[in-house]
Design a protein around this ligand. Sequence first.
Ligand code: F6R
Length: 342
Amino acid sequence: SKEGYTHFMLKEIHESPIAVKDTISGFLNDMETVKEVAEEIRRANRIIVIAAGTSYHAGLYFSLLLNRKGYTAIPLIASEYYNIKLSKNDIVLAISQSGETLDVKMGIKKFKEEGAKIVSLTNVIESHIARESNYKLYMRAGPEIGVAATKTFTSQLASLLFLYSVIERESVDYLEKAHEVVRNVITETEGLAKKFGEELAKKSNIYYLGRGLGVPLAMEGALKIKEIAYIHAEAYPAGESKHGPIALVEKGFPVVFINYGELDDELEKNLQEMKARFAITYSISVNKKLNFSDFEILVNADERLSALAIAPIIQMIAYYAAVKRGYDPDKPRNLAKTVTVE
Ligand code: F6R
């Protein structure tokens, strides 16, 4: 039941803190598997991270974290699995909330034939993808009814941060507070996210820009608003503006900046470029705001938890944009919760 919420999506966003808490406890209780996976990843030649949609964005985020430390992680959109030939020293990480996405299954099948070991991160125990893998990591986000992934995305990010810290032999203590950060962010920003969503609801095109670790979150923000509010949105790394996309910007064009809390001086310049073309700028910032943004949401959080702070905000923005436009966010047209067809 929706327990008093108007939609499952909003209920599930509000369940994100508990989903993250349970997921982290689950990882702590299965430290043995996490350590084995970490060891496999440290030993691997390359780490192929295969996933679709929202799960791909979590995979891209994880790949960026690893690549910054000198690993070779390749984020791979599941339906493009045929583009990579594996060797025995490569390892595959399959990320799938449902554990049933056909494109991910097909990629796993090919990579197994090529001799690679498979690690899976799913939310469904003994799903197909979990069964097919050598190492099974589970989120404990609970069932997600809304078609749009919300609490499962935030839980994927928490799981992958956990795994990353173990790979790097860092303490995971900071993650025990992660659910509190998520809860505070939801409480503190829901009103502003509603305002952002209702403003954006009037638009027909939006850019979502970020830099560094903010890029996958910008991509997720754009996907969500397309998926449930039916507003065309595009995300790209902010530095690319002058290489083409800024040509589209005219007076009133909305640009949402995901200010992850790193590279903020560069992002600030990108914001100025947009404002010089009379764009309307919206920023979502962790710890330090962007100057001169027309609208802003600022949250404070441990910088290692920035992604977990931003995720519920972009989801709430999309939710309130959809509701404002009169659409049912739980049942977006043309979409199924689990994509088991090609
Ligand atoms: C978007 C969304 C989809 C899924 C994608 C993969 O909100 O939910 O993009 O993320 O279909 O699904 P899973 O994670 O089940 O493999």
